[in-house]
Design a protein around this ligand. Structure first.
Ligand code: FES
Length: 109
């Protein structure tokens, strides 16, 4: 496991990541997508598991699903489960917001 910290305070991270906007974040040698709904953060692989389109250009629907811009496959943000389409699930990474910032845990490579 590799752990990364974003920001130095809860307030700082909330200001850094606007709500409902997908941000590309580089952690070590990996780029991931980061999205915030309220004070809940979701971190996920930046490329679609279907054909590799950039999910940074993706969008969010009212059900809290991430929609790929290329073929509109949908993924549940929390679990990464594919909801519409036929491809592997999206890889999602645990995030934890605390008074000292946001901690994101990536698997070991
Ligand atoms: S590349 Fe994302 S749905 Fe096809």
């Amino acid at each position: 496991m590799r752990q990364f910290n974003l920001g130095k305070s809860k307030e700082g991270v909330l200001n850094l990541v606007p709500e409902h906007t997908i941000k590309k974040v580089s952690l070590g040698n990996q780029s991931i997508g980061l999205l915030r709904i309220g004070e809940t953060f979701f971190a996920f692989q930046s490329q679609c598991p279907h054909r590799g389109a950039s999910l940074i250009q993706g969008s969010l629907n009212a059900a809290g699903e991430l929609i790929c811009p290329l073929h509109q496959y949908r993924f549940e943000l929390k679990s990464g489960q594919v909801k519409a389409g036929s491809c592997p699930d999206l890889e999602v990474f645990p995030c934890e917001l605390s008074e000292s910032g946001l901690q994101i845990t990536l698997p070991s490579k």
